[in-house]
Ligand binder design. Structure first.
Ligand code: IPM
Ligand code: MG
Length: 327
């Protein structure tokens, strides 16, 4: 049955990279229907909201969504990032970030709806004291940790590393750790390792090969996944999936990179790989593997943009990937 794919290009280089990913998807001839939706700061300037109701409806109706990037202006009071709103609205609780090369095979499973991203913030003392609440629930922790163990089981990983800071954040991270130990008991065949977040940040540089599946709270996952991306080619290739029980939104890890707009230097690989993860999610495993191999070949042949020391344009990289798909 034909799938309905929602494309949310967004701001900056978002439209450019999503268009490249759409070219790759179209070349697979899977009969997808593409529906485009508005999102981001440009949308806010035109319509007064960065995430219009029509966009939410399009995501709701789609089988899966591919998101480009958005610019978040720092100085507009009450403005909140529309990607964070999408994650919360559709309860996309699992943020999956894969980091793979010839030596490293790691995935970061980041809790995506609570923690320090609770949105619960206030100021006191006439603005001299600022408070952000870190909220950790048993339900939120259990489902993300179970997601990580199930993912490990399905993909043949032998270890899950639960990353926290329970020595200082005794209540919040203490609960996350406790639930981690409990869930691990249901998976005796998988080793459960605990690491404090600072030690994990160090191990990512010192000995990344020992890490397999990392599961952690929202902001630790945000930071560690940018760090981990540098082990496998940087933000130009890092991609992710925001996955809930009903909906899923796939995106590159990089932002809207306004200074690259129109330069044709932006690396489309991250968004093309996000589309690959979307194909996997939709059950097109064979096609997902073909895209992955086509991307790997383009990288091996040095058919890449300047961030990976190549001299191809954004569009030429996509052409080379599509040519690899046809071979
Ligand atoms: C990410 C980004 C977002 C986040 C920003 C754009 C709100 O950094 O997806 O990692 O903090 O989650
Ligand atoms: Mg981030």
């Amino acid at each position: 049955m034909s799938k309905n794919i929602c494309i949310l290009p967004g701001d900056g280089v978002g439209p450019e990279v999503t268009e490249e990913a759409v070219k790759v998807l179209k070349s697979l001839d899977l009969g997808f229907d593409f529906v485009y939706g508005d999102i981001g700061f440009g949308t806010y300037e035109r319509l007064g909201t960065p995430l219009p109701d029509e966009t939410i409806e399009k995501v709701e109706k789609a089988d899966a969504t591919l998101f480009g990037a958005v610019t978040t202006p720092p100085n507009i009071p009450n403005y909140s990032s529309p990607i964070l709103k999408l994650r919360k609205h559709f309860d996309l609780y699992a943020n999956l970030r894969q980091c793979v090369n010839d030596e490293i095979n790691m995935v970061i499973v980041r809790e995506n709806t609570e923690g320090l991203y609770s949105g619960s913030e206030r100021v006191e003392d006439n603005g001299d004291k600022a408070i952000t609440e870190m909220i950790i629930t048993r339900k939120g922790s259990e489902r993300i940790i179970r997601f990580a163990f199930e993912f490990a089981k399905k993909k043949g990983f032998s270890k899950v590393t639960v990353v926290h800071k329970a020595n200082v954040l005794r209540e919040t991270c203490g609960l996350f750790r406790k639930v981690g130990l409990e869930v691990a008991e249901d998976y005796p065949e998988i080793e459960m390792q605990e690491l404090l977040v600072d030690a994990c940040a160090m191990q990512l540089i010192k000995d990344p090969k020992q890490l397999q599946v990392i599961v952690t709270t929202n902001m630790f996952g945000d930071i560690l996944s940018d760090e981990a991306s540098m082990l496998v080619g940087g933000l130009g290739v890092a991609y992710s999936g925001n996955i809930g029980t009903k909906k899923a939104v796939f995106e590159s890890v990089h932002g809207s990179a306004p200074k690259y707009v129109g330069t044709h230097k932006i690396n489309p690989t991250a968004t093309i790989m996000a589309a690959k993860l979307m194909l996997e999610h939709l059950g097109f495993h064979k096609e997902a593997l073909r895209v992955e191999n086509a991307v790997k070949k383009a990288i091996a042949d040095k058919n890449v943009t300047p961030d990976l020391d190549g001299d191809l344009t954004t569009q030429q990289v996509t052409e080379s990937i599509i040519k690899n798909l046809e071979e």
